[in-house]
Design a protein around this ligand. Structure first.
Ligand code: ZN
Length: 450
């Protein structure tokens, strides 16, 4: 069986009850091998056959992570939950078929499960804790149920009046696209997605839709492309919105739009406001070697990022985070923040807190030239810069008068270890490979690297 790709929402096979396995043959063994490869490739802990587009009742589980409890690779064919404990708990779940969303999901703590192994022998187990959670998640897949279906069902039954609230979503970049995916999975009513008009980009100047635009197409939501949102006031008004949620959007909204929705226009900003207002809060937090950052939900006012804070969520910045990985984790946090804040918003239980102007700071836009490495700086600063400027504007240095782009580094005993580099105009490669083919004069900065 060739390498199979993981199927993501909204694919129909994820909504379908899968077929019972009757033949325990060579092709089943091949399928399990392909599933194992895909699971390990993604670093997941469980995978159901239909997540690879295969319509049968096979799932695998494997947890190599000690902190979550090691589970050896196990294959469950035709699994069936024959008993659920009444006692449940809540924990974050994620799914390779709707990355990178993570939401609290309620599951039974203990189960009794009947299944067959890959040879067709019937077995019974009584899993609890993490294994019980994974099995409930994966057996749901085999029955056409996503974990987000469970979350949505509970959310909208806990807060039934959220269902009818009309949310106009405004955004463009990947941070916003992930938030939109989260709102869709919560089953909220989004009558309109507003995004910036597609612009020609890249070398071939092909028109490129925004990430939010692509996401809205995938989920079949109505889209309004705009060059100036303020001129589209009537189209937004026509939706009679209850809430406007904006994130990662490059235009400034005038007061007419900010006041059109009953519960106002809210912005999700990836920093702990009033810290790091402006365009580059994620990069700046890494550049400054901060150990934590977060997302703020604010009520928008005409001055950018200055509105009162409605709620915040904090996350740690890892030593190996770059702007791409941190953006993704902040977007996941933003979805959690909305999950908790929206019910409180519509019941007027959020208490706006004015931002303390004395603590406010602004971030600046970066230019390509900011990426040149200054080797007189301490190595920890250089490492932080490389992580902060990945993927944009990128970091580079010169070697034999040729530009070398540095994509990835890490620290080892105060020395900088270069992991991934790219000589200008060439392919991305490991630094080790680069050095093998390098016969010029070694620059002074080699003294700072390991
Ligand atoms: Zn899943």
């Amino acid at each position: 069986m060739k390498n199979l790709k993981i199927v993501t929402v909204p694919n129909k096979i994820l909504k379908k009850t899968t077929q019972k396995v009757v033949d325990f043959n060579e092709s089943l063994i091949d399928q399990i091998k392909a599933m194992t490869k895909a699971l390990r490739g993604e670093g997941g802990v469980g995978l159901a056959a239909n997540q690879l587009g295969i319509d049968n009742r096979v799932l695998i589980v494997e947890c190599p992570y000690e902190d979550r409890g090691i589970i050896p690779l196990t294959c469950f064919v035709n699994p069936e939950i024959i008993e659920y404990s009444n006692e449940t708990d809540l924990a974050d779940e994620g799914c390779l078929s709707i990355p990178p969303i993570e939401l609290e999901t309620e599951r039974s703590k203990k189960l009794k499960v009947k299944y067959q192994d890959e040879m067709g022998r019937t077995k019974k187990i009584a899993p609890k804790g993490f294994l019980a959670r994974i099995l409930q998640h994966e057996i749901d897949h085999l029955n056409g149920i996503m974990f987000t279906d469970r979350v949505r069902e509970k959310y909208l039954s806990d807060f039934p009046d959220l269902k009818s609230k009309k949310i106009v979503f405004v955004g463009s970049g990947e941070f916003a696209a992930i938030i939109l995916r989260g709102l869709i999975s919560l089953g909220l009513n989004i009558p309109l997605v507003v995004t910036e008009k597609a612009k020609p980009a890249g070398r071939d100047k092909a028109t490129k839709f925004t990430n939010v635009h692509e996401e809205a197409i995938r989920f079949d939501l109505p889209i309004l492309e705009t060059e100036n949102i303020n001129l589209d006031l009537e189209k937004i008004k026509a939706q009679d919105p209850d809430i406007i949620i904006l994130s990662d959007f490059g235009q400034i909204l005038k007061n007419d739009i900010l006041t059109v929705a009953k519960f106002g226009a809210l912005n999700l900003h990836p920093s702990l406001l009033p810290k790091y207002r402006g365009a580059t809060p994620i990069q700046t937090a890494i550049l400054n070697n901060d150990v934590e950052t977060g997302v703020s939900l604010i009520k928008m006012v005409p001055e950018i990022d200055k509105g009162p804070v409605l709620s915040q969520i904090k996350i740690d910045i890892d030593e190996d985070d770059n702007s791409l990985s941190l953006e993704k984790r902040l977007a996941v946090a933003a979805v959690k923040l909305l999950y908790h804040s929206l019910p409180r918003l519509i019941h007027n239980k959020l208490h706006p807190m004015d931002q303390d102007e004395n603590l406010a700071s602004r971030t600046k836009k970066f230019k390509k030239e900011d990426g040149e490495i200054d080797w007189t700086k301490p190595t920890a600063k250089i490492d932080a810069q490389i992580r902060a400027y990945f993927p944009w504007p990128g970091s580079y240095t010169f070697i034999d008068d040729k530009r070398l782009i540095i994509h990835q580094t890490h620290m080892d005993d105060n020395k900088l270890v270069l992991d991934v580099v790219q000589p200008e105009g060439k392919q991305i490669m490991s630094f080790t490979d680069f050095i093998k083919g390098f016969h010029g004069t070694k620059p002074k900065w080699f003294g700072k690297i390991k």
